[in-house]
Design a binder for this molecule. Structure first.
Ligand code: ATP
Ligand code: MG
Ligand code: FE
Length: 336
């Protein structure tokens, strides 16, 4: 069947048409980033308004690009949460209207389930599978004991990885979103200022990045007080190495402890080259197959929402037309 999926949880308006849960016929993404950059971050009110302006256009574009007619759609999926409430509402209202008009089922979908199931668009998921989710708003280690069964093993206690990257990037004078700039600078660095690793309790799979971010800021201040200019590239390198050590170290340990047959890397920070390379090396050492989606499926997009919604579709689990957008939403509760 043909699934039309809508994603508007943050600052991307995206609509995809996916056949059989895996064959992406179109995946149109309209980013608002140029608008938000001047404010140094996503402004929720502006995001909602921009989604309203573009949603119908993006739906039409996705349908046209897929080479189908709107009447061919068999079900409609939408990101229900978590995310910016005003932004989510735009997608939810559009999805309900479509489902009602076309008289097809509606599937409210969890955004992080989407980031994880983006991997199903590129390969076979072997269960139990371990997902390392690293994005702008989330940092989680998720165990999938079986298809659609999500169990959160560890999560950040303060900043998400992407958020920490963006805050450090701002201190290094990069424009928003600065993650990719810090990544590039770290790759090119010849020196490294070694920063602390925040492992937390020995058996914990949780994360904390706010102390690391503070350590970067403290280093910058220390240099300035001495009248020196801080070595931004050595700092970027130190920050990146600390993040990579901890997230990959915990993910590999969790994979071993829970007997995972596979590792998946997902979310926008999966674009980080240092992270991809290190995780690939560690997985090879541990004889663990690794899936990492291509960049356009790592950042927010509707095809990943369709891939997750397909789970519910195949199990006949649909939402009613009084579906509500949820700013905060449990991944575990969304399990099959
Ligand atoms: P969530 O999915 O948690 O709601 P989000 O969808 O806003 O958050 P994504 O789009 O998945 O987040 O990821 C965006 C984040 O990824 C930004 O914080 C950005 O700086 C970061 N990022 C992108 N590329 C890189 C990179 N190469 N290195 C580090 N961080 C990166
Ligand atoms: Mg985004
Ligand atoms: Fe996201």
């Amino acid at each position: 069947g043909l699934l039309l999926a809508i994603e508007t949880s943050c600052d991307e308006t995206s609509v995809a048409v996916v056949r059989g849960g895996r064959e992406v016929l179109s995946n149109v993404v309209s980013s608002q980033i140029d608008t938000h950059r001047q404010f140094g971050g996503v402004v929720p009110e502006i995001a909602s308004r921009k989604h309203v302006e573009s949603i119908t256009i993006i739906i039409e574009e996705a349908v046209r690009e897929a080479g189908i007619r709107l009447e061919d759609i068999d079900a409609v999926a939408v990101t229900q949460g978590p995310g910016l409430i005003g932004a989510l509402l735009v997608g939810v209202v559009a999805a309900k209207s479509l489902a009602l008009a076309l008289d097809v089922p509606l599937i409210g979908t969890h955004h992080i389930a989407g980031h994880i199931y983006a991997n199903r668009l590129i390969g076979e998921i072997l269960y139990p599978s371990l997902a390392l989710v690293v994005s702008g708003g989330h940092t989680e280690i998720v165990l999938l004991e079986a298809e659609g069964k999500f169990r959160i093993i560890g999560r950040t206690r303060d900043d998400a990885v992407g958020e920490a990257y963006d805050k450090v990037a701002r201190a290094l004078k990069f424009p928003y979103p600065g993650g990719p700039h810090v990544d590039k600078l770290a790759q090119e660095a010849t020196e490294e200022i070694v920063l602390p690793r925040s492992w937390l309790e020995p058996d914990s799979y949780d994360f904390s990045f706010s102390g690391l971010k503070s350590a970067v800021l403290a280093e910058i201040n220390r240099s300035r007080m001495k009248g020196e200019s801080p070595d931004f590239s050595a700092l970027a390198r130190g920050f990146q190495q600390s993040v990579i050590d901890v997230v990959t170290g915990k993910a590999i340990r969790a994979a071993k402890e829970f007997g995972a047959r596979q590792m998946m890397l997902c979310g926008g920070v999966a674009a980080n080259r240092g992270l991809r390379e290190r995780l690939a090396a560690l997985c090879e050492e541990a004889d663990l197959p690794l899936l990492i989606p291509p960049h356009n499926l790592c950042t927010d997009n509707a095809a990943m929402i369709a891939a997750a919604a397909d789970l519910k579709w195949r199990h006949g689990q649909f939402s009613s037309l009084d579906l509500k957008a949820e700013a905060v939403m449990s991944l575990e509760d969304w399990s099959l």
